[in-house]
Design a protein around this ligand. Structure first.
Ligand code: UD1
Length: 364
């Protein structure tokens, strides 16, 4: 098979590596296209170094742009040129970023088969940019690989899906398992990780201020480590909010893959609006407080990782009191030894990439 993979943003780098490894092992030709959506060393190259991702065959140098339409259009246009030249049998996209959407659309318009890894996830709110991307990618896809049973159900219930779909487990867990021996020991234990990058949370000064108030009050109970996304940093600087962060909240630069997982391993609790981190924290049995991805208050309690709810994750909306209560509860349970750390998903076992290629080789 001749495969082109289109990646561009941090979560894409993490999810593509097991796919590249498996395709190479089986002797398929794999061409890697990096759109350039993420370009800072800490958002891009560090993942290539640590995860030993091959140098991209094409770098489209898009650079992140605040306008989603313009960014996606550039990715679509430049990927189309690559696909016309390379004429692959299939295009693989992973996750739900603008780079994934641009790659899927470019392939579909050229009648090239599209493979979507991490298909079927839905939060059922179209104000979330990733939700728009997920739906459009799934509609364009011929082969859809889902991470959960709920994702399979979502596709079954969707009238516009014409491709075939399977539950193969979570590809991010393949990456975690393949790299677990390289993860260093974080020098301390028992802190809370906080991350936020969703435009809906960080592009609005009032909301960003509310988030800071929430973590400030949580920081009275537990130290917080806050690896700051470039978008969040820019907004905090723009709205002069950095000085409002209290002393027990340690703001650090974005971490590479290995350091982030080292940090996660020794954490007691996570507060985040990142889908990927919700799933990884759940896999590790670390309690996770989920912040809204939506603008609408009625949709604060939504996530595309519904199966993590009731296990290790819980919604906190934008409510300081609820956040503090839940942190207290989780810490009490952890200190009393009531929490058992175990993998709640039997299907998340590091075999997703193998299953994907077994299926693709049979289908093609
Ligand atoms: C993107 C993905 C999101 C993913 C996230 C992980 C989409 C729609 N969003 O969001 O699904 O969870 O990546 O990080 O694809 N920036 C830098 N340096 C960089 C990258 C970005 O400074 O290396 C700045 C950009 O200039 C821009 C902002 O961050 O102002 C947003 O970048 P963008 O790629 O548009 O979206 P993310 O918020 O990173």
């Amino acid at each position: 098979m001749k495969i082109v993979s289109v990646i561009g943003a941090r979560p894409n780098f993490v999810k593509i590596i097991p796919i590249i490894n498996e395709s190479r092992k089986r002797g398929h030709e794999h061409i890697l296209v990096h759109t350039g959506q993420h370009y800072d060393f800490r958002m891009s190259q560090i993942f290539f170094q640590e995860l030993k991702l091959p140098k991209p065959d094409y770098n489209l140098n898009i650079k992140a742009n605040h306008k989603h339409g313009e960014q996606t259009a550039e990715i679509l246009k430049k990927t189309e040129n690559v696909l016309e030249k390379e004429k692959p049998d299939v295009v693989i996209v992973v996750g739900d970023t603008n780079s994934s959407l641009g790659g899927a659309l470019a392939a579909k318009k050229l009648n090239i088969k599209v493979v979507h890894v991490e298909a079927g996830l839905r939060a059922y709110d179209l104000s979330i940019p990733e939700e728009v991307n997920r739906i459009l990618i799934d509609v364009c896809s011929d082969f859809l690989f889902c991470p959960t049973d709920t994702a399979v159900k979502n596709l079954k219930n969707s009238k516009d899906i014409t491709g075939k779909f399977w539950n193969v487990g979570n590809i991010s867990i393949d990456t975690l398992i393949q790299n677990k021996n390289l993860i260093p020991e974080w020098p301390e234990k028992g802190y809370c990780i906080f991350t936020t990058h969703r435009p809906v949370n960080v592009d609005r000064p009032k909301r960003l201020e509310l988030l800071i108030e929430i973590i400030n009050s949580v920081s009275e109970m537990i130290k917080i480590i806050f690896p700051i996304h470039p978008r969040t940093k820019k907004m905090m600087q723009k709205y002069k909010l950095i000085s409002k962060i209290k002393k027990n909240v340690k703001v650090i630069e974005p971490l590479g893959y290995l350091d982030f997982h080292s940090l996660l391993n020794n954490s007691s609790i996570v507060i985040t609006d990142s889908g990927g981190i919700i799933a990884e924290a759940c896999y590790r049995g670390i309690p996770c407080l989920i912040m809204p991805q939506s603008l609408k208050k009625t949709n604060y309690n939504l996530t595309e990782w519904t199966e993590t709810l009731g296990r290790n994750s819980i919604f906190i909306g934008l409510d300081q009191k609820i956040a503090v209560e839940n942190v207290k509860n989780f810490l009490r349970q952890t200190n009393n030894g009531e929490r058992k750390l175990k993998n709640p998903y039997p299907g998340w076992n590091g075999n997703s990439s193998k299953k994907i290629f077994d299926i693709l080789e049979g289908e093609l």
